[in-house]
Design a binder for this molecule. Structure first.
Ligand code: GDP
Length: 440
């Protein structure tokens, strides 16, 4: 996410390192590079210029803060301004009415249907809501079908009316249906076109007027940069939407839309989409995003994700097993599955301060666990619970069954052994023994 921009900003801010104080000359030099980085990221000219002017005023007015290195001070100012530019505070969605109605708008292909599903899934699992998805794209039967597939996948009801070509009527009927069936959130997915056109705008404005949604969200593909900003402007002029959803951030190396959209339409970004799967949705936090752009990671989000997956009951069971030396491959695979649920490896690594930058050229393979899982799945229950029974001939069989080599099986056994020993040690001497082992 935003790798190119992060790299360029990092280089720009490096210029100040080694200078003892902030002067007009070195600030100007740095800001020229910052501005170039923003323009390369497809941030619009006016936004980039105003941004660097604000940073300049702040930097030159801060010679009182002599305790900080100028480089660090500049990073802080850029971070604060970047946060402001992306909206400052986190803004959630309003779910006051019953049912709360959320209207999705945006161009075809922006990720509206996918996001409708993600949002329904998010509200269902995190906010214990009972959502209803509504298919209002009357022109493309495939789109209606797609929403039904998504609904089945996340186990959320989908409302559609075969043959009805009036999206306003469908949306209105859907709300009545929701009331009768105890749905407290209604998410209306609408038709999009390939470009902004009058007919589409009028249609969505009519739906908007008829159902008076609590939230009208504008969904846009962040990879389209300046186009995303222009489309946002056109939709906002007509719909006066409440917030933006930026999709496909996982593939966006530049970040121009994320940075400029708020300042152009003056509406907050509320959610981001970071992948095709139903759980690839995040609430947008401007400050955390600024941290990520500046290579400072996003520990808060990482911890939150870990907490979401943390199951106290399971943790207690695991602790007992470790204490009794009963930690087996079944437990090992459970741990792997929990980590996988937290998101893609690349995404997780990007949240660790410094790691994203250090590993940016390393091809991180999300399938890395697949080999391990295949090996474990080829073991018998006995082998999984008592790994010590795995001898040479069993290793050969496991390798054959999992399509791997004996060498790979050996490697996994070794890793497993080390991990078990380490866990046992952490349990016992509270880390003391480990320190001794490490020669401390
Ligand atoms: P719609 O026409 O606006 O409803 O767009 P869709 O929901 O059908 O999405 C268009 C394409 O973008 C599909 O192939 C989705 O899988 C993909 N997509 C949607 N959101 C994301 C995202 O956050 N990341 C990635 N990588 N792909 C996405």
């Amino acid at each position: 996410m935003f790798n190119n921009l992060s790299d360029k900003l990092d280089k720009a801010l490096h210029v100040l390192k080694g200078h003892g104080s902030i002067t007009e000359v070195n600030v100007a030099e740095t800001l020229k590079e910052v501005r170039r980085a923003l323009l390369d990221a497809d941030v619009n000219f006016k936004t980039a210029k105003e941004f660097t002017n604000r940073v300049k005023d702040k930097a030159l007015g801060q010679d009182v803060l002599t305790t900080l290195q100028p480089g660090q001070l500049m990073v802080k100012i850029v971070k604060d301004e970047l946060t402001e530019l992306m909206g400052g505070d986190t803004v959630g969605i309003s779910l006051k009415s019953s049912p709360s109605v959320i209207l999705m708008s945006g161009l075809q292909g922006s990720g509206k249907t996918t996001f409708s599903g993600k949002l329904a899934n998010y509200l269902k699992t995190k906010k214990t809501k009972k959502p209803l998805l509504v298919a209002c794209d009357v022109y493309r039967p495939a789109a209606i079908n797609q929403l039904h597939v998504v609904g089945e996948q996340i186990k959320v009801d989908v409302y559609s009316e075969e043959g009805n070509m009036d999206p306003v009527a469908i949306a209105t009927n859907a709300i009545a249906h929701a009331k009768q069936n105890g749905h407290n959130v209604v998410i209306v997915d609408t038709a999009g076109r390939l470009a902004v056109d009058e007919e589409m705008m009028t249609e969505i404005a009519n739906i908007h007027n008829a159902i008076t949604p609590d939230e009208t969200l504008f969904v846009v593909d962040s990879m389209t940069g300046q186009d995303a900003v222009n489309t946002a402007k056109a939709f906002n002029d007509k719909l006066n939407f409440d917030g933006v959803v930026l999709t496909k951030l996982d593939g966006d190396t530049r970040g121009g839309a994320a940075i400029s959209i708020k300042s152009v339409v003056n509406k907050p970004i509320k959610f981001i989409g970071t992948g095709e799967k139903m759980d690839a949705i995040d609430v947008f936090h401007p400050a955390r995003m600024a941290d990520r752009i500046l290579g400072m990671g996003d520990v808060v989000s990482l911890v939150e994700r870990a907490q979401e997956q943390f199951d106290e009951e399971e943790a207690r069971k695991l602790q007992k097993k470790i204490a009794k030396n009963q930690f087996g491959f079944d437990d090992f695979i459970k741990q792997i599955q929990q980590v996988k649920k937290m998101g893609s490896m690349k995404d997780l690594i990007g949240m660790i301060p410094g790691a994203g930058k250090a590993l940016k050229d390393v091809d991180i393979d999300d399938d890395a666990f697949k080999g391990i899982e295949a090996i474990i799945h080829s073991m018998t229950p006995e082998e999984r619970s008592t790994p010590s029974v795995i001898n040479g001939s069993r290793k050969k069989r496991i390798a054959k069954g999992s399509g791997t080599s004996v060498q790979e099986v050996n490697q996994l056994m070794k890793q497993f052994d080390q991990m078990s020993k380490m866990m046992k040690m952490m349990q016992g001497g509270g880390g003391r023994k480990m320190m001794q082992m490490m020669g401390k």
